[in-house]
Structure formats: structure tokens, C-alpha cells
Design a binder for this molecule. Structure first.
Ligand SMILES: [Zn+2]
Length: 339
């Protein structure tokens, strides 16, 4: 067996672990719940036990290159500590990397979850045939990552790629980061739900109101289903999502001129509903996009992924992610391989 590495996707809800070969083949994958309520040490124990269990199975026949861990928070790359971790209480300012390395006796790399998702899509997903990419992950919030020459671009302090906090409305919704009108306030699942509640409160969204009243699990997915069935207010919400994404992507494309921009995360499954608005905005707002756009960016039924054949190059591709929730897991496993 070839060399392998272990990727960990440590979320606020799920703890997922995978062993992956150097070439990107999955050897084994396990999913556990993250017992955040039982505290940091319990989660650390669970994670280290599971990693040890997997690595012990294969270590006689192959070499473990290391363990990569994607975490929801901002990481200080030098110290291996998290600066902020709203979804993992008690993890900030704790020597996470050093502690896990001590327990596992293997090199450990900690990385922000949106960054590892971008790395995963570059390695084995939508970006596998192209050069440099950036990715937006539309979940509860909006995360971002940049992968240049196969590696995550960290910036000076590891904080690069915070695209979710780019301003799309100068006087818009208040954001948790302190700014107003961030992309995250218009393109996350949280934002979709807020816009639906606003429309219901205005009294002009009968379809949304009916769905919200009849279903206790009223969710962004349900609003998407309504949009696909032709509900005007639901369609309007996803146009708003696409518009905010288009405004942000125009700035990213003008500033970065990369080959590909990948849209992932749970909300990206509503691609059909929001992507036309992205391309409308891009054509108006980005001269770099206008000069490099494919002739028909929406021609491919499942996004633009079909256009991404080796050698197409010289076109700016906006496409949806291919790996779903596994992007972060593969990206985390990639970290020890490229270190
Ligand atoms: Zn913000």
C-alpha cells in the first residue's frame, strides 16, 4: 500500500475522519457525533481514539504521513492555536495542535474548515484539472479559501480568504463581524431563512407562509423547493443570494484573475435558483470576467463542471463544488501530503 494520511473534519455537529492515500484514494471513512456539550477534552479524546484506531490498522503496511484537521475557526498558523471558535466553545487559546501531536505521536496540521474545503475541491473535485482556484462555502455562514499552486494561500496571519465578510450592501444588515452588509448576510442558509421570515412578515409571501406554518423543519432547502416550483417570493430570495454572490465574485475576479471560482456548502444545492443572477451581475460588474467569460457559462446542466476539461484554460469558470461535505475531509487529508 502507498503512503497515506488522515484527514479530520471537526465540525460543531459531526466529527468525520478519513484515511486517504497520497494519490487521493479513500481507504476508510468514519463519522461520529461531536460531543461539544461534554467539553473540549471529551471531543479531543474521541478524535484521537478514532485516528489511532484507523492508523493502527494500516501502519504495518504503509507510512502515515501525518494528520490534517479542519476546524471551524480562525487559526494562528504559527502557534497552532485557534483565535476564535464560536462553534467549539473552549477551544480558543488552547494549544490544540501541540496537544494532539503529543497524543498521537504524528505530525498534525490545523487549518480553517473553509480553507480545507477549497484544497479538497482543488485536489479531487471541481478544480482538479485547473490551476489556481478560490472557493466560497455557503453554509450557516459564508466561508472562503484560496488555493494557489496547489497550496492554501494564508496571507500574513492565516486570515486570508474571508470572503464572507466582503461588503455587498454598504448600509445593509448588521453582521456578527461588526460590519454591515456582508456577503454572509445575503448568501448563507441563515440569510435565506431571514429573508423568508421578512417576506412572510410583510404579508406578501403566501407560499412561504403556508410552508412555514405546516412544517416545523422549515429550512433553506424547503425555500429552494418552492423556488423550483415557481413561487415568486422564494425565487426572489434566491435571486438576492445570486446577486450578492455576483457582486462579490466580480470583485474577487477583478482582484485575483484566477482560473476557477467554486461555490460549495449546503446552499450550493440551490445552484439552479441562484446562478443565473450571478452571471447577470458578473457581466455588468467585472471587466476581467467580461474579457475571459466562457461563451455560455450556464450551458452545462449541472453547472460549469463539464467545461472543465484539461487545456481549456484562459476562461474564468464559475462552478459548483463536486465533493459535497467530503471536500473538507479530503482537503484535510491533503495537508500532510503537501506540507
Ligand atoms: Zn461580516
Amino acid at each position: 500500500m502507498p503512503n497515506f494520511s488522515i484527514g479530520v473534519d471537526l465540525g460543531g455537529t459531526n466529527l468525520r475522519i478519513a484515511a486517504v492515500t497520497e494519490q487521493g484514494s479513500l481507504i476508510e471513512k468514519v463519522t461520529l457525533g461531536t460531543k461539544t456539550k461534554l467539553g473540549r477534552d471529551q471531543v479531543l479524546n474521541d478524535m484521537c481514539d478514532a485516528v489511532r484506531h484507523i492508523s493502527d490498522k494500516y501502519k504495518d503496511s504503509a507510512t502515515l504521513l501525518g494528520v490534517g484537521i479542519g476546524v471551524p475557526g480562525i487559526i494562528d498558523m504559527q502557534t497552532g492555536m485557534m483565535r476564535e471558535s464560536p462553534n467549539l466553545p473552549g477551544w480558543a487559546d488552547y494549544p490544540v495542535r501541540a496537544e494532539i501531536e503529543k497524543r498521537l505521536g504524528a505530525p498534525v496540521i490545523l487549518e480553517n474548515d473553509a480553507n480545507v474545503a477549497a484544497l479538497g475541491e482543488k485536489w479531487l473535485g471541481a478544480g482538479r484539472h485547473v490551476g489556481d482556484i478560490a472557493m466560497l462555502t455557503l453554509g450557516t455562514g459564508v466561508g472562503g479559501g484560496i488555493v494557489l499552486e496547489g497550496k492554501i494561500w494564508h496571507g500574513m496571519t492565516g486570515m486570508a480568504g474571508e470572503f464572507g465578510h466582503m461588503t455587498v450592501e454598504p448600509d445593509g444588515q448588521q453582521c456578527g463581524c461588526g460590519n454591515r452588509g456582508c456577503l454572509e448576510q445575503y448568501s448563507s442558509a441563515t440569510a435565506v431563512m431571514r429573508m423568508a421570515r421578512e417576506a412572510i412578515a410583510n404579508g406578501d409571501a403566501p407560499g412561504l407562509a403556508k410552508a412555514a406554518n405546516s412544517d416545523i423543519e422549515f429550512s433553506a432547502k424547503e425555500i429552494y423547493n418552492l423556488a423550483i416550483q415557481g413561487d415568486d417570493q422564494a425565487k426572489r430570495i434566491f435571486r438576492r443570494v445570486g446577486r450578492a454572490l455576483g457582486i462579490s465574485l466580480a470583485t474577487m475576479i477583478n482582484g485575483l484573475n484566477l482560473e476557477m471560482y467554486v461555490i460549495g456548502g449546503g446552499v450550493s444545492s440551490a445552484w439552479e435558483a441562484f446562478s443565473p443572477a450571478i452571471f447577470e451581475e458578473l457581466r455588468q460588474r467585472s471587466m476581467v470576467y467580461a474579457a475571459t467569460a466562457p461563451s455560455d457559462p450556464l450551458a452545462m446542466p449541472s453547472g460549469a463542471s463539464g467545461q472543465v476539461e484539461p487545456g481549456t484554460g484562459r476562461k474564468t469558470i464559475i462552478t459548483r463544488a463536486l465533493l459535497g461535505s467530503d471536500a473538507g475531509l479530503y482537503g484535510a487529508a491533503r495537508l500532510p501530503i503537501t506540507r
